[in-house]
Design a protein around this ligand. Structure first.
Ligand code: NAP
Length: 317
């Protein structure tokens, strides 16, 4: 069984992969090129791909009899893989749910606090040497404690964010999801996304990416938000219409945004960078040593189960 891991992993994950499998580890930190994706399907039995590796229907069509039988994705989000096309090609896909939940919820809280309390702007001021000292009306932000958060997509990460907002910050929680949730904290389910957008101080996006949710947050949703409200996106960039978001920010239709993900990553529009009321992180959701190791172990657990002919722990097709 030949395994290809398409990015450098943490030391402990690399060590386990070398110990347990006949593995080739790719050194580049960039997404696979189309040639490399064809190589992945042609030359390996199992591949560990990740965000940015665009296994589209065309890629599967270009390799009619693939050697590859499993794409053990590193990450919970797998919208870069056409899962149906993989299925038709006889290739299973797995992901790494759960391992990412708390770290990503923590980044959502970081962005809520950074944006509301103008932390990025304040840090830039100190570093610029232009800070003239404390005064009662210096850099007034928005209070977070006791406000209302709206969660778009009350899944694992959405619930972890809501829990932090409720128990940590005494916030009211409202949400939209496709199905009713039974939650261990009070939360109101809004009937539409538009109504949710209109009633909250922070609208936090936590749905998966993909065709179903593309531009779910569009101009009408942004204009339904209060001018004092802020948008936080830790999900996938394509869920938010970035041009509509920039227009809403420039026009003052909303008060700010905190973004971990971008529509055309890693490209971040200059117009967004120019705005002081926006907090911009480079897709840090799961970026801790512990979590990246857990994700790697989870991906390798799926590989190991596949090799042993056992049920896959985290199948998505
Ligand atoms: P999850 O448990 O599957 O939760 C997704 C939630 O979204 C579910 O509650 C689902 O509703 C809801 N949903 C799906 N489509 C919807 C729609 N059209 N309208 C409203 N709600 C919808 O997934 P998760 O583990 O929380 O992860 C969510 C996403 O976060 C991942 O797919 C990934 O793209 C992203 N993520 C980002 C980072 C980062 O680094 N920034 C890290 C990890 C994950 P139902 O429950 O009713 O099905």
């Amino acid at each position: 069984m030949k395994l290809w891991i398409t990015r450098p992993m943490t030391a402990e994950v690399e060590a386990r992969a070398r110990r347990d499998f006949d593995v080739e580890s790719r050194e580049s930190t960039l997404p696979l090129t189309p040639d490399e994706m064809r190589r992945a399907l042609n030359d390996f039995d199992v591949v560990v791909p990740t965000l940015g590796d665009l296994f589209s229907a065309e890629v599967f069509a270009a390799v009619p009899n693939p050697r590859c039988r499993l794409l053990a994705n590193f990450g919970v989000g797998y919208n870069h893989i056409d899962v149906q096309a993989a299925q038709s090609a006889g290739i299973r896909v797995t992901n790494t749910p759960g391992a990412v939940t708390d770290a990503t919820a923590d980044i959502a809280m970081t962005l809520i606090l950074m944006t509301a309390r103008r932390a990025g702007e304040g840090e830039r001021l100190v570093r610029s040497g232009g800070w003239q000292g404390w005064h009662p009306t210096q850099m007034l932000g928005t209070h977070v404690t006791g406000k209302t958060v709206g969660i778009v997509g009350m899944g694992r990460i959405g619930q972890a964010i809501a829990r932090r907002c409720h128990f940590g910050f005494g916030m009211d929680v409202a949400y939209v999801a496709r199905s009713e949730k039974s939650l261990e904290f009070p939360a109101t389910r809004a009937d539409t996304l538009e109504n949710l957008a209109g009633q909250v101080d922070f609208l936090v996006v936590a749905v998966p990416g993909g065709p179903e949710t593309q531009h779910l947050i569009n101009a009408p949703i942004l204009s339904a938000m209060q001018p004092t409200a802020m948008l936080i996106n830790i999900a996938r960039g394509e869920v938010v219409d970035e041009m509509a978001l920039i227009a809403a920010l420039e026009n003052g239709d909303i008060a700010g945004a905190g973004l971990d993900v971008y529509e055309f990553e890693p490209r971040v529009p200059d117009r967004l960078i120019q705005l002081e009321n926006v907090s911009l992180l480079p897709h840090l959701g799961t970026a801790t040593e512990e979590v990246r190791s857990s994700m790697g172990h989870m991906a390798l657990d799926n590989v190991a189960a596949f090799v042993a002919g056992q049920d896959l722990p985290n199948p998505v097709n």
